[in-house]
Design a protein around this ligand. Structure first.
Ligand code: SF4
Length: 388
């Protein structure tokens, strides 16, 4: 079935822009993202490649959300951030626009923050991870707790409409009391949004090596208590949960995330960035030189991964991501969005009925995972039938 960017309703869904800035001074022990050590040559390759890539895909498209991630975008100096802002402004940007950037506490300065506000950035995501120094060491993070607090206060001083703090739980040596203290400390700071992630042991990371050597152990039971602590504590303190790992005060839900989870389109720029656009899902080369060099060649653009999507596949992904959200999903709505007959959803509906009987999902107008179901969200996604 052909995919149409313009939906049956005539409404044009939001289009996101993601920019991957691939530089980090050191590698955190849990990190599996593509990154390079910063160097003059690397920055030149990055900016030259980005300029060409943006030019190549620029066709007067209107972006409604922007997310600059990494890597460590905050490693760029003010001049480079200004240059990046200029490249983004060469595009058609909608109004209102949500423009986020991820920042590591050790890279912040008032000068950089002022450059970002001038460019139009209105949302900062600060990678705090934990307020316990010994846990910070376990993660191999470079910053001190005090640095994170100073960074937060600078962000508030310069003024951004929305500030997110990232926290991690399930760190080796972390007790439930320590997690409760991290949550309480975060709430005391009154950010607008909180993301709470369970530490994952990705292959080829320093933590994974410790795990394979038996130096740290997985403890899924303990992880469940950590999840539940956040799900009870944060809503009781004014942060409504809207997804398994995300909580926001009124009016501060991350629109870029919502757009992605609804399987609307986004275009990713920079090495390793993923794109979903016009029925194609693809990933740029996770190699700065290889990614940058191809923009100087006449033979056309290549990708590390490339997949043609169909409406049934996109509907399936909308269901699995949508179930992770507290709002849940409407099968009728998804059928309309992807122009599919309701009959295609029969296997999914039977599976959801079965989950309801097992006490994992609830249904009124929308299907949604309950607390027990959210603990099993990944398993539910794996088992979700394909649309027939
Ligand atoms: S700063 Fe972020 S991207 Fe860089 S190594 Fe640490 S977790 Fe990975």
């Amino acid at each position: 079935m052909m995919l149409k960017r313009k939906e049956k309703t005539g409404e044009i869904p939001s289009l996101g822009m993601y920019i991957h800035v691939p530089f980090c001074s050191t590698t955190c022990d849990f990190c599996a993202f593509y990154q390079e050590r910063p160097s003059k040559k690397g920055f030149d390759l990055f900016f030259n490649g980005l300029e060409r890539e943006i030019e190549h895909f620029s066709q007067n498209r209107s972006f409604s959300t922007i997310f600059i991630g990494g890597g460590t975008p905050g490693l760029l100096n003010s001049e480079q951030l200004e240059r990046l802002g200029g490249l983004i402004h060469s595009q058609n940007l909608s109004d209102p626009l949500e423009w986020s950037i991820e920042i590591a506490p050790s890279e912040i300065s008032i000068e950089k923050l002022e450059t970002l506000t001038k460019a139009g950035v209105n949302r900062i995501s600060l990678g705090v991870q934990t307020f316990h120094p010994q846990l910070m060491k376990e993660l191999g993070r470079m910053h001190e707790v005090e640095t994170a607090l100073q960074a937060y206060s600078m962000i508030r001083k310069v003024g951004f409409s929305s500030v997110n703090l990232d926290l991690i739980f399930g760190i080796p040596g972390q007790t439930l009391e320590m997690w409760q203290e991290d949550l309480a400390h975060a709430v005391d700071l009154q950010p607008d949004h909180l993301s709470t992630y369970c530490l994952t042991f990705e292959e080829d990371t320093a933590l994974f090596i410790k795990l394979s050597k038996g130096k740290v152990k997985l403890d899924p039971e303990r992880e469940i208590t950590f999840y539940e602590k956040a799900w009870d504590f944060l809503p009781a303190h004014g942060y409504q949960q809207y997804e398994v790992s995300n909580f926001a005060k009124d009016g501060h839900i991350c629109q870029h995330n919502l757009n992605t989870w609804a399987m609307n389109d986004w275009i990713g720029f920079g090495p390793s960035a993923a794109t979903q656009f016009n029925g194609i899902r693809r990933k740029n080369f996770a190699n700065l030189e290889k990614w940058a060099q191809q923009w100087n060649q006449a033979k056309g653009v290549e990708f590390e991964e490339f997949e043609q999507l169909n409406a049934a596949g996109l509907a399936h992904d909308t269901i699995t991501f949508g179930l992770r959200m507290n709002r849940g999903i409407s099968l009728n709505g998804i059928a309309r969005k992807f122009d599919l007959p309701l009959a295609c959803f029969k296997p999914v509906e039977s599976f959801l009925d079965q989950l309801q009987n097992e006490g994992l999902v609830e249904k009124n107008d929308f299907w949604r995972l309950n607390k027990r179901g959210r603990i099993l969200a990944d398993a539910v996604a794996r088992e979700m039938p394909v649309l027939s």
